[in-house]
Design a protein around this ligand. Structure first.
Ligand code: 13P
Length: 249
């Protein structure tokens, strides 16, 4: 039995005031239950979020990390720094990083190694663009991203994979539960091919316009183990409703 994970990717949003108010609403409502819940604010809000969430069931994670543990890498944040601060997890290979920062599978693999070595739980994002889906290449693209990131890894206990079809991110378009389930089942079959991953124990979460209105049907699918939520994670009532939908499965 895999424990559902609902993680909020706050992307480049927030101020000290909005972080305090969003977290106070979440902390007042999230109880230790069968769903694991995490929030991933920007780097500059991590310390504040960690301080507010200490001793609570809310885990805090980062949205990215450097591929190097330390050194002359101006502007970067290293995985051991995130672990030292108290972060539990880190999102890696998000399509917005692949698109706007030209992150390659090779770089994502190096970041994954850095995250795992630092003891952070990696949330590895994969997903195809609309053109790739329409041309029938979705599975091939996802397989390439998984292989590129995982092939050289030696220890992947605790890995989370987030299937985020690029065409569904921030667009209001969601993969249908059937489309998502098909890809999640495919991802699990791919994971089975890696010696370092226990595919049956690995959580595969869905991301892309997850809202209170579609969460329940997505979570009802056998291979969808939760969600990586963008826009709706910034609205406490919506995020809480998504957590409730995961708990109701
Ligand atoms: P939206 O939920 O805003 O579509 O974003 C999804 C996402 O990119 C989460 O990482």
């Amino acid at each position: 039995m895999r424990q559902a994970l609902v993680a909020g990717n706050w992307k480049m949003h927030g101020s000290r005031a909005s972080v305090a108010s969003l977290l106070s609403e979440l902390l007042g409502a999230v109880t230790a239950q069968q769903v694991e819940v995490a929030v991933c604010p920007t780097f500059v809000h991590l310390a504040q979020a960690l301080e507010l969430c200490v001793g609570s069931p809310l885990a805090v994670g980062a949205q990215d990390c450097s591929h190097m543990p330390s050194g002359a890498y101006t502007g970067e944040v290293a995985a051991p720094m995130l672990a030292d601060l108290g972060c539990a997890c880190v999102i890696l290979g998000h399509s917005e990083r692949r698109q706007y920062h030209t992150e390659s599978d090779h770089l994502v693999a190096a970041k994954l190694t850095a995250a795992v070595s630092a003891g952070l739980q990696p949330i590895l994002c994969v997903g195809e663009t609309r053109e790739q889906r329409e041309s029938g290449a979705a599975e091939l693209v996802v397989l390439g991203q998984l292989t590129g990131a995982l092939a050289e890894q030696t220890d992947l206990a605790g890995l989370v994979v987030a299937y985020e079809p690029v065409w569904a991110i921030g667009t209001g378009l969601t993969a249908t539960p059937q489309q998502a389930q098909e890809m999640h089942a495919y991802i699990r079959r791919c994971l089975d091919a890696f010696d370092t991953v226990d595919a049956r124990a690995t959580r595969v979460v869905y991301g892309g316009s997850v809202k209170p209105g579609n969460a329940r049907d997505l979570f009802a699918q056998p291979d969808i183990d939760g969600a990586l939520v963008g826009g709706a994670a910034l609205i406490a009532a919506d995020f809480l409703a998504i957590i409730d939908a995961a708990a109701a499965v």
